[in-house]
Design a protein. Sequence first.
Length: 131
Amino acid sequence: EKEIEAIDGMSIQIQKIKDTLQLFSSALDETISSTSALKILSGLRNETSIIFEKGQVNLEGISYQSSHSAKNLIFDIEKFFIKSLKGKKYVNEIEDDEKFKILEYRQQLTEIQNLIRDRKIEMISNKFDLS
């Protein structure tokens, strides 16, 4: 059950990151400043690290690997935005090819989220012998 709790925590966090990336990639006009975006990403990175650190003792196999990948990916995402937003005042100034990279990050997060979800379903099935 502790593994399921840890999986749930990471899955919720991944969804927050995905929602934030969607918000950034669809930002119109001057709605989100670069400074605000970087603060948000820093907060997400910190939250993700804490969730992983707290949950890692209860994770094993694919659950651990997937959660670790999500934690590492948010670091990459933050670095990407630091570079992409350099010299830009607002998020909507990101170039089209950079927006494509944001979509790629969202897809990677979705794949991780799916692995976590599948592991949770497997664990629940085994617990109740639903196979």
